[in-house]
Design a protein around this ligand. Structure first.
Ligand code: C2E
Ligand code: CA
Ligand code: CA
Length: 647
């Protein structure tokens, strides 16, 4: 036996050693996950239970082969043979127990991928009876989306291109659910009967948590849409891959603040979710809609016919939404930039979509704009103007003040004017304030400019009051002027110098300037009011205030923003909003000016809703009078309210 035994043992021990080594590799994947330092040179140590399992498999196979060999041998010593057999049987039983009890799923797999043996953990993970599993292939058990990968990897293994492989794979449990496993498969190239060992670590819990964390980090909690980070990343990828039809859109809800303020945040949230859901419903494969923040969404389109898609988007948002039992109408301003070869960075595309959005808002909202080069030029022009305005303040003659009549809606009598500044630019000609006021505010130039306008407006008021002592003057004041602190002193000095009554002077302040506590607006307004000057909240409805909050400030009147008044039709653009603002103003005993009136129908409708005063192109555009000449009113205001127009 010595000769045979000594020959047989090394011959049989080689595959056993291979098996152990193979299993060592097979388990290294799961060991490496938990021991990220990768310091363990023998990963089996890391997964203690597995060592035993490994050995178990080794022994099972070993003993099977041995068993057959031993039986065929003619042993001289019968008792030795018996002893050996008993020892082997014991070993087999011991190792089978350990194999069965191993905490990792282990399967012995044929070279054609068929399962030959499985352990209890393996059966449990997949939810099958063992007899159902044996005979199935690894590919059959894989989740459909991972089948291709399994076939490839297993093929490479059997062809000897690799000795083992590891990856994170999805399997289908018998009940249809998904098992996420860290799987390691090792090939054992035994001459007569090669096989593979698959070890699966169930990492489903970890994957679920990981996926949730990834989702939370890349998605918006309210709408579940991707967030700005994911949006930018996806856009960058799309641009680099030069995907055909790539375009990006910014979608900004019009007057979302009004919904929030009047119906509460829950309704606002519900509206955002409804819009998100709609936008999602019109996305096609590869496209993305994200919430970029507040009431702003971003869309990545992959469509050559971008105009049709944007029109569709625009119409989809405009469909009425049912929020808390109310029908809510919302519109969006949209800016689109279409990718082409000149764009290298996602930021450039986003910048141009933003310029287009700016244009949509300037065009009175509820519209979409597709970016073109002309817009780029005008953005550059805006930049140039911003820098010029700093120098212009040293040549105040370049500034002109226009006066737009404020009209009593009941009889169309001119009761006052709003002073609106213009800039006679040496090269560009007459520039409207929307182009340079923001720059003047940013650079602080607005403080000197504001004083200049104030003085000239009150001089004009004094002149107009010579003919009609009841005439009033509205002057716009920026937040920087309020913060500067000595605004009341300048106002009172100008009133004194011109001799007008303080009560005939109204300062128009945007609601944001009042609400922002850092401006100290409250104290400044109190001083102005104490001196008899009136305060009007301008652009009312588009800012961030709530009326309740406004009631804490000494305010005389509100000016409903023109975007609620004039739009495409003859009637009022947003009657429900105007009605609501007027109702609330009435309850706070504030008078209301409606601006942006462009048709007689709008004037009469607003009168019927309770507005006392109106302003708009239907009555008169802002007028720039000659330095010492009168303000020449258009005929329509000289005649008064036409008869036949019904309120
Ligand atoms: P704002 O105070 O809301 O002024 C009303 C704007 O609406 C004016 O534009 C006026 O020309 C325009 N408007 C009047 N009626 C109609 C109408 O029927 N339809 C339409 N579509 N628009 C109408 P403007 O003169 O271009 O002034 C723009 C903004 O510039 C003003 O908005 C105000 O915020 C600012 N601004 C003007 N002058 C001054 C100033 O002296 N100081 C400060 N701080 N801001 C000023
Ligand atoms: Ca104003
Ligand atoms: Ca306004």
């Amino acid at each position: 036996m010595g000769g045979l035994g000594s020959r047989a043992r090394p011959a049989r021990l080689i595959p056993a050693a291979t098996l152990a080594a193979a299993l060592a590799t097979a388990t290294s994947a799961s060991a490496a996950v938990e021991h990220a330092d990768g310091g363990s040179p023998w990963p089996l140590i890391a997964t203690g239970g597995l060592v035993v399992a490994v050995a178990a498999v080794a022994i099972i196979l070993l003993t099977r082969v041995f068993g057959a060999s031993l039986r065929s041998m003619s042993l001289r010593n019968e008792s030795e043979r018996l002893k050996s057999e008993v020892a082997l049987a014991r070993a087999e039983a011991r190792f089978r127990t350990v194999f069965e009890g191993a905490p990792l799923g282990i399967a012995v797999v044929d070279v054609d991928g068929t399962l030959k043996e499985t352990n209890a953990a393996f059966d449990l993970m997949l939810g099958y009876e063992r007899r159902e599993l044996v005979g199935k292939t690894m590919t059959e058990l894989s989740d459909e989306s991972d089948r291709e990968r399994t076939l490839e990897a297993f093929g490479a293994l059997v062809r000897g291109e690799v000795s083992s492989y590891e990856h994170e794979m999805r399997y289908k449990r018998k009940n249809g659910s998904t098992l996420w496993g860290d799987v390691s498969v090792t090939y054992v190239p035994e001459d007569d009967e090669p096989f593979a060992i698959a070890v699966i670590d169930d990492v489903s819990d970890r994957i679920v948590i990981r996926d949730r964390l990834i989702h939370e980090a890349t998605h918006d909690a309210l709408t579940s849409l991707p967030n700005r980070g994911l949006f930018s990343a996806q856009l960058g990828d799309a641009l680099r891959s030069r995907l055909p039809g790539l375009a990006v859109a910014f979608v900004d809800l019009d007057h979302f603040k009004v919904v929030n303020d009047s119906l509460g945040h829950l309704a606002g949230d519900a509206l955002l979710r409804a819009v998100a859901q709609r936008l999602r419903s019109i996305m096609r494969p590869g496209e993305m809609v994200a919430r970029l923040g507040g009431d702003e969404f971003g869309v990545i389109f992959l469509d050559e016919d971008i105009e049709a898609r944007v029109e569709w988007l625009h119409a989809t948002v405009a469909e009425p939404a049912n929020i808390e039992g109310r029908r809510l109408y919302t519109t969006a301003s949209v800016g689109v930039a279409v990718a082409h070869a000149r764009y290298e960075r996602a930021e450039d595309l986003l910048r141009d979509a933003d310029i287009a959005l700016y244009r949509s808002k300037a065009d009175g909202r509820a519209t979409y704009t597709i970016f073109n080069e002309v817009m780029h030029d005008s953005a550059v022009r805006r930049l140039q103007i911003s820098s010029d305005v700093r120098d212009a303040i040293n040549a105040p003659d370049q500034f002109r003040v226009a006066f737009q009549p404020l009209v009593r809606l009941s009889d169309w009598k001119t009761v006052g004017y709003e002073a609106l500044v213009r800039w006679q630019h040496p090269r560009e000609g007459l520039i409207q304030p929307d182009l340079f006021i923001p720059a003047a505010e940013e650079t602080g130039v607005i403080i000197r400019l504001g004083r200049e306008v104030l003085v000239r407006s009150l001089e004009r008021l004094a002149r107009e009051q010579r003919d009609d002592p009841t005439i009033t003057m509205h002057v716009n004041v920026s937040v920087q002027e309020i913060m500067h602190g000595d605004l009341p002193e300048h106002v009172f000095a100008a009133i004194k110098a011109t001799g007008v009554r303080p009560e005939s002077v109204t300062l128009e302040i945007t609601e944001n300037a009042i609400i922002d506590t850092s401006t100290g607006a409250g104290a400044v307004l109190e001083r102005l009011r104490a001196g008899g000057v009136r305060i009007c909240v301008d652009d009312f409805g588009i800012g961030y205030s709530s009326l309740r909050y406004l009631s804490l400030f000494p305010i005389n009147s509100l000016k409903i923003d023109r975007s609620f008044v004039s739009g495409t039709g003859e009637g009022i653009e947003s009657e429900p909003i105007c009605r609501m603002l007027l109702d609330l103003a009435r309850s706070l005993e504030l008078t209301v000016v409606a601006e942006g009136i462009e048709t007689p129908e709008q004037a009469d409708r607003l009168l019927a809703l309770g507005a006392t005063t109106g302003q708009g192109y239907i009555f008169s555009r802002p007028i720039i009078p000659e330095r010492d000449g009168p303000i020449v009113l258009p005929d329509i205001l000289l005649k008064g309210r036409p008869v036949g127009v019904s309120a």
